[in-house]
Design a protein. Structure first.
Length: 262
């Protein structure tokens, strides 16, 4: 029990430090005394299941890691993990499909925690026609690798340096939040890809608050603004990690071209 308490305390202390919180900050958030939290982190006190869940929730720890903390404390995981094909995920799967289909004729896709595509709408495929290395489209398709690979979409992205920095910034934040080794490896791979365009070349600043994606295609130049949507109250590990990336036309020319392709 002492070892379990120590390991649990280590987990919580590391995540608290990652979040930039003091013991007092977390104690106030969790509505416990700083002394109690200190005892938990040092392994002198073994937290209850309810306390582990409260602390991990206040620290905004990913559900996958909350399960790890619970296991370290000697408790069963609280959050299940199902594949999208599981009958229990039918409602969620239908919701994702509805969002993707409803976004047509504009492209949208759903990705998992490692940026692997899990679903996409029919508007995405025409944009990938110019991908030179077709193995990049083999399942599972890693969206970041496909986007930045020199034989993927990269040669067709007019503002590659701008878009690349946007994607890498998102990946850095994700790595900082999760400490995921797979994502760290992906970052090293992506950083090694060449960037051929001028970093100062953009595609409009849209008030300085949005980074567009400008694609050169056989149908003409397409410029998109993107949004990310996640489930608001997931209780499943996989579902908590799925993000829906939707691309909207940034100008009338893009809207007209994509509408004509329907």
């Amino acid at each position: 029990m002492a070892r379990a308490a120590s390991q649990t305390g280590d987990y919580l202390r590391v995540w608290r430090q990652r979040r930039g919180m003091s013991q007092l900050d977390l104690a106030l958030e969790a509505e416990i005394s700083q002394r109690h939290l200190s005892f938990v982190e040092s392994g002198r006190s073994r937290p209850s299941r309810e306390m582990v869940l409260r602390l991990t929730e206040r620290l905004n720890i990913p559900l996958r890691e909350r399960n790890a903390v619970l296991l370290a404390a000697g408790f069963a995981p609280s959050f299940g993990e199902h594949s999208l094909d599981d009958p229990a995920m039918a409602a969620a799967r239908d919701a994702i499909a509805m969002i993707l289909k409803g976004h047509e004729p504009f492209p949208a896709l759903a990705v998992d925690r490692h940026w692997n595509q899990v679903m996409a709408n029919d508007a995405l495929a025409p944009l990938l026609a110019g991908v030179e290395d077709r193995t990049l489209l083999d399942v599972p398709v890693n969206v970041l690798r496909l986007s930045l690979h020199p034989k993927g979409l990269a040669p067709h992205i007019a503002n590659l340096a701008q878009w690349r920095e946007h994607l890498l910034d998102r990946l850095r934040l994700q790595i900082a939040a999760t400490r995921d080794d797979v994502l760290a490896g992906l970052m090293r791979e992506l950083m090694a890809y060449p960037v051929s365009d001028d970093p100062s070349v953009g595609s409009g600043d849209y008030g300085g608050v949005l980074v567009p994606l400008a694609l050169t295609t056989a149908a003409g130049r397409l410029t998109f603004l993107s949004t990310t949507t996640m489930f608001g109250t997931p209780r499943d590990v996989l579902l908590s990690e799925i993000a829906i990336e939707a691309f909207f036309p940034a100008d009338e020319a893009t809207r007209t071209i994509l509408t004509s392709l329907e």
